[in-house]
Design a protein around this ligand. Structure first.
Ligand SMILES: [Zn+2]
Length: 361
């Protein structure tokens, strides 16, 4: 545990918590996670990459360093024949997160995620999943986590098991439990999302909410419904992806050119504009959401947009875009520059100039 102000105290005082998530996909984008397996062995094999990303998210404005233990449970590591590394992956991930959090005066969160083996109404599987959660919560206590995140649960029953493990074995650590909404407005064990969140809150989760699955545009309506029934702090951690009414989840997104599914290899095609992140952040703040972040396809530059919109002053704020100083889009444009601009942007050149949000500078 650290000496910095705790999660519950911050929430009680009406503060907003910014939590950068999405380590798995960002490390995949950088080449250090294998698509299909999605396992976090990078923690042991290239630890400096994980530390670097922790630091980048903190410098971009995250209040929390989330240990990269996503899919770090026994079941997933067994699938790559590294079950014997399970404990060391978890403890190493927690240690790195703790060190970065202490260096910058941030909170450190341990993490549980959907196990991918859960089956509703199957007591044997529930027992197996509960054991995996117990083990990971124990390691998080040992690793000095300030609180626990239980995330991307598509089944209410599995989320409940995670919450129970945190309450039982977490040594009093607060619990943030987030469900993943896909194309339907209910969990895959058929509980309406807002009802599932309400129940998790009643079961003692300190923060409930949504992470992953949907982008800002299609997550917001569910957040409005959740706000109407939940009493306590809500979490909103969408993917920064351009999901729509027709393609509500990021897994259902299609390539605008080929029409083929973008998931699971090419979602970066659909990354949100910065302005869309700003808009979502403003809307979430207006709705009274106190726990905000971005999930899969998050990056330091997009997370910085969220932090700046919240009125923060992140270290990386100094590198946020300013096209007024661009040699092509700035005010002191010479005729040849205009010609270059025209070659570059074609018909779009005047739009870029007037909006000052050129694609390159
Ligand atoms: Zn995600």
């Amino acid at each position: 545990m650290s000496a910095v102000k705790g999660l519950k105290e911050r929430l009680r005082d009406g503060e907003t918590i910014l939590c950068a998530e999405g380590y798995m996909w960002e490390l995949e984008r950088r080449g250090f996670v294998k698509l299909g397996e999605y396992t976090p062995e990078v923690v042991l094999d290239f630890p400096e990459r994980v530390i670097a990303l922790h630091e980048e998210f903190v410098l971009a404005g995250s209040d929390v360093v989330q240990a990269y233990t996503y899919f770090g449970h026994r079941e997933k590591l067994r699938s790559i024949d590294r079950e014997e590394d399970c404990k060391s992956v978890n403890l190493k991930a927690l240690k790195m997160a703790r060190d970065v959090a202490d260096k910058y005066g941030k909170l450190m969160a341990g993490g549980l995620s959907n196990t991918t083996v859960f089956e509703p109404d199957d007591p044997d599987i529930a027992g197996k999943v509960a054991e995996m959660f117990k083990e990971q919560v124990g390691w998080a206590v040992e690793g000095g986590a300030d609180y626990m995140i239980g995330e991307t649960f598509n089944d209410f029953q599995e989320a409940k098991l995670a919450l129970e493990a945190i309450k039982k074995y977490g040594n009093g650590m607060p619990a943030v439990i987030t469900l993943v909404p896909y194309t339907e407005d209910r969990t895959t064990d058929d509980v309406p999302i807002e009802e599932a969140l309400k129940r998790l809150e009643e079961l003692g989760a300190d923060v409930v909410g949504l992470n992953c699955g949907r982008g800002p545009l299609t997550m917001m309506p569910l957040l409005v419904k959740a706000r109407a029934v939940c009493k306590g702090p809500l979490a909103a951690i969408p993917n920064p992806l351009r999901t729509t009414e027709e393609q509500k989840s990021f897994q259902s997104l299609r390539d605008p050119i080929s029409g083929k599914p973008l998931y699971p290899s090419n979602m970066t095609t659909a990354i949100c504009h910065r302005e869309e992140i700003q808009q979502f952040t403003q809307d979430a703040l207006k709705l009274g959401i106190q726990y905000l972040g971005l999930c899969c396809c998050n990056s330091p530059s997009l997370f910085r947009e969220m932090a700046l919109t919240c009125g923060r002053d992140p270290v990386l704020g100094k590198f946020s875009p300013d096209h007024s100083k661009s040699y092509l889009f700035g005010k002191t444009t010479k005729p040849h520059r205009e010609k270059i601009r025209s070659f570059m942007c074609g018909d779009a050149k005047d739009i870029y100039i007037s909006s000052n949000t050129g694609p390159m500078s």
